[in-house]
Design a protein around this ligand. Structure first.
Ligand code: TA6
Length: 301
């Protein structure tokens, strides 16, 4: 059933390749289907929830317990954290990870280049957003579904004052077995360990997940590899204009504390988050734009 979408937005569809349909919870999403990949992005939070290169299984993890309702972030896929990351300092009532992942974005454009389909969505400051953050901004998020998944978050300072913000593409990856998964690329990089009072430490070698893992790797621009022997595949995240990378797995206890996350789902997911957070928050002058990009590729081991 076609969901009630404004005719102006429905005209953006590309028949047979990019269609606006009713997703989980009746929420509108754009479903992309091409010869090289399939995927989907919800208007709620501009959240990508699926990407499958041709011949491959789903790359992204979405919890079976996700709530699928306006005002609540979808648990999984690629939530967009903006304009702050984690709890908002000095405001315990503010929503975690900012306010753009819990609101519908406007469909801005759907374009095709060769076999690649790009879905762009827009959100901007309003009286509502200024209750949380007294700033003028426009954000355009573009997801390109092809044999690679490209995610671009473009933020423009539409105000008359400098704009400082944090941002993260909080990508949840499926893994076949967390105990054999490994993350390569961060050897020697300093990180803040959020499970140990934010102490700064140095990564030794590959990352194995053996307990709750919640780390902000600092001043790093390198590509990250997620090695998943159980599914005989490797995902790579390459980034542009991002100085921090967050790695997260809730492990057992934290998984049990999340109402929108299955008790055992910690064994089948791992977050690799392209970001600019903590002391690497971004500041742009009036009229300036900042573009952060993550490109995800998948190959067999
Ligand atoms: O990115 C890691 C993290 O900041 C963790 O501390 C954990 O809170 C996770 O994000 C999920 O946050 P959420 O608000 O989506 O439950």
């Amino acid at each position: 059933m076609k969901t009630a979408i404004a005719e102006t937005q429905r005209r953006l569809e590309i028949p047979g390749k990019a269609e606006i349909i009713e997703g989980n919870g009746g929420l509108p999403k754009v479903r992309v289907t091409t010869t090289r990949a399939s995927g989907e992005i919800y208007l709620l939070g501009a959240q990508v929830t699926s990407w499958k290169p041709a011949g491959a299984e789903e790359v992204l993890f979405v919890s079976a317990q996700s709530k699928w309702q306006d005002g609540t972030a979808i648990r999984g896929g690629v939530p967009i954290c903006f304009p702050w990351f984690g709890a908002k300092s000095g405001d315990p009532k503010a929503p975690a990870h900012g306010f753009v992942r819990t609101k519908p974005w406007q469909l801005h454009s759907i374009t095709q280049s060769g076999e690649a389909v790009t879905v762009s969505l827009l959100t901007e400051s309003s009286a509502d957003t200024k209750k949380w953050w007294p700033a003028d901004f426009r954000a355009i998020y573009s997801a390109t579904f092809d044999k690679e998944l490209s995610l671009d978050l473009d933020v423009t300072n539409t105000g008359s004052q400098p704009l400082t913000f944090e941002e993260a593409l909080h990508a949840y990856f499926q893994v076949g077995a967390i105990e054999t998964a490994r993350i390569k690329g961060l050897d020697g990089v300093h990180y803040l360990d959020k499970t140990d009072a934010n102490r700064e430490k140095t990564q030794q070698g590959e990352i194995a997940i053996v307990s709750e893992t919640d780390r902000i790797y600092l001043n790093t621009t390198v590509p990250i590899q997620l090695i998943d022997p159980a599914r005989n595949r490797r995902a790579q995240v390459t980034k542009q204009n991002s100085r921090t990378t967050v790695i997260w797995n809730p492990w057992i206890e934290k998984a049990h504390s999340l109402s929108d996350f299955g008790d055992d789902e910690w064994q089948q997911m791992l977050c690799i988050e392209t970001s600019n957070v903590a002391s690497y928050a971004v500041t742009i002058a009036p009229g300036q734009q900042h573009k952060m990009k993550a490109t995800i590729t998948l190959e067999n081991l």
